[in-house]
Design a protein around this ligand. Structure first.
Ligand code: UTP
Length: 476
């Protein structure tokens, strides 16, 4: 029978993780080999140092006395001429083929409760297009509009990789076989929140989960994404998350502001609706732009008002960024690593008696890297405000919740498209749904250029061009 290599078993003993072997004697040859392989991939020393750090740290002692709003191009600063300049500059970047898009889609989407990768969720209010298609359709439309190519890099994780690829294969990669690349992020084991021990999800399986969206850097390095960008002349990467169908993917204006300011990282931001918004706050702390979770800022600080009576810390993070590829290359080459954070989560795991427990309260800590920890490393950061209703319709929670659900997201999509149509003079009846495929109009400026927009819409209407009709109804 297969036995553990001595070196591995010494490591397990040294870091007191023997409990992962408690069913070893029940395992067959291949189960033993599988578990040993998993254990071999674990950096016990690193895990132990993270556990020591988090279990000993006391409550956050951050000094917020020197907190301020980030320096930002606010909506009120975006005069028609500065916006037009930015838009034209961004268009040129797209025409010159200097832009690629990264979508992080490695999360497990546990809050949504959808038993597939989140990108497969059908979100189009009338079309039923999936979250992935909201990205690929938008990119295809921009490519067509600017006679260009925009490579798409999709980050997956072991939990969702295979199903994601199968989905794209089934849909012939939505026509982008030569300019789509999937890259898979690493995992980290979860730890028992009381003891720091590894958890078993089966007698021969350690519980692991994707290591956060900040795992993107190491995953990009492994997949040589930046080398690929360099050979293709791409110097700007749009970064977005899979769960926001209104994400301003490769928006010309955002690209333009980024290029004009030669910024290393640009963040699209929106104004918070209240001091208690459950979004990260983009702030300047001791002169450094960073994102601080809503739960970490003291209420009295979050509630501060400016001279006009508006929230002083107004900027919410919607996880839409642009990165200069040279900046990312610099970070990777200098071997700088993003820190790990902990999240208390419910993790199903084997109890002492070998049965699977489904805890109702958080029982474990998950270890995750956050992409926005790049901010303190960058020297030149820009934030650009956009209207919430133009760029943000997150799908986070199960339909039974009351915010960031599929229903709130669909409503936001319809509201935006209704507003565009009204702005070009179309009378849209109240209470009906409208959806615009990006090939019909990717944004309001493009809708304004069309001469075939209906003058009146009185029933649910999905506007799309004939060339996209074949792709409009996913079979899932
Ligand atoms: P969330 O933080 O909302 O996590 O991810 P999630 O996994 O989608 O959902 P919950 O928390 O389990 O309900 C924000 C974005 O970051 C990606 C997700 O796919 C989503 O696009 N992400 C998150 C990764 O790519 N990898 C991760 O390890 C975590």
């Amino acid at each position: 029978m297969f036995e553990l290599p001595t070196q591995l078993s010494n490591q397990i003993n040294l870091y007191e993780q023997q409990s992962v072997l408690r069913y070893w004697h029940e395992l067959n040859e291949s189960q033993r080999q599988g578990l040993a392989k998993q254990l071999q991939n674990i950096d016990f020393e690193f895990i132990s140092s993270l556990w020591s750090k988090f279990s000993q740290s006391t409550k956050n002692q951050t000094d917020f006395s020197n907190i301020a709003p980030p320096s930002s191009i606010r909506l009120s600063d975006q005069t028609i001429s500065s916006y037009d300049d930015a838009y034209a500059t961004g268009e040129q970047l797209l025409k010159d083929g200097r832009v690629g898009a990264i979508i992080v889609a490695g999360g497990q989407g546990s809050r949504l409760g959808f038993n597939h990768p989140k990108g497969l969720y059908p979100i189009g209010p009338l079309s039923g297009r999936t979250l992935f298609q909201f990205i690929t359709d938008k990119l295809a439309s921009l490519e067509r509009k600017y006679a260009t190519q925009i490579p798409l890099f999709v980050m997956t994780s072991p939990a969702v990789h295979e199903e994601t690829i199968l989905f794209f294969q089934k849909h012939e990669f939505f026509g982008r076989q030569n300019r789509i690349k999937f890259f898979c992020q690493p995992t980290m084991p979860a730890l028992d929140a009381e003891t720091g021990k590894l958890l078993l999800q089966a007698k021969d399986q350690i519980f692991v989960s994707p290591n956060g969206h900040g795992g993107m850097l190491e995953a990009m390095q492994d997949a040589e994404i930046l080398d690929l960008c360099a050979t293709q002349g791409i110097d700007t990467l749009f970064y977005g998350q899979i769960d926001n169908p209104l994400s301003p993917t490769c928006s010309p204006a955002l690209l333009g502001y980024h290029a004009i300011n030669q910024s290393q990282i640009t963040l699209q931001t929106i104004a918070k609706q209240s001091a208690f918004d459950k979004t990260g706050n983009i702030v300047s702390l001791n002169g450094q732009t960073q994102i601080i979770e809503y739960s970490e800022i003291p209420i009295e600080t979050a509630e501060q008002k400016d001279d006009n009576g508006n929230l002083r810390l107004w900027a919410a993070n919607i996880a839409v960024h642009l990165f200069q590829t040279t900046f990312l290359q610099q970070i990777i080459q200098s071997n700088q690593e993003l820190p790990y954070h902990i999240a208390h989560k419910r993790v199903p795991c084997l109890g002492e008696d070998g049965h699977l427990l489904n805890p109702t309260e958080p029982n474990a800590i998950k270890l995750e890297r956050f992409i926005f920890d790049l901010l303190p490393i960058a020297e030149n950061i820009l934030t650009v405000e956009a209207l919430r209703e133009d760029v943000f319709a997150p799908v986070k929670n199960a339909p039974t919740e009351d915010f960031s659900t599929p229903a709130t997201s669909r409503r936001s999509i319809c509201n935006l498209h209704r507003r565009w149509l009204r702005e070009v003079g179309c009378q849209v009846a109240e209470g009906i749904q409208v959806e615009i495929h990006p090939d019909y109009a990717v944004d309001l400026p493009q809708l304004k250029q069309r001469d075939d927009v209906p003058q009146q819409i009185e029933q649910n209407t999905y506007l799309l061009t004939p060339s996209f009709q074949s792709l409009s109804n996913p079979k899932n």
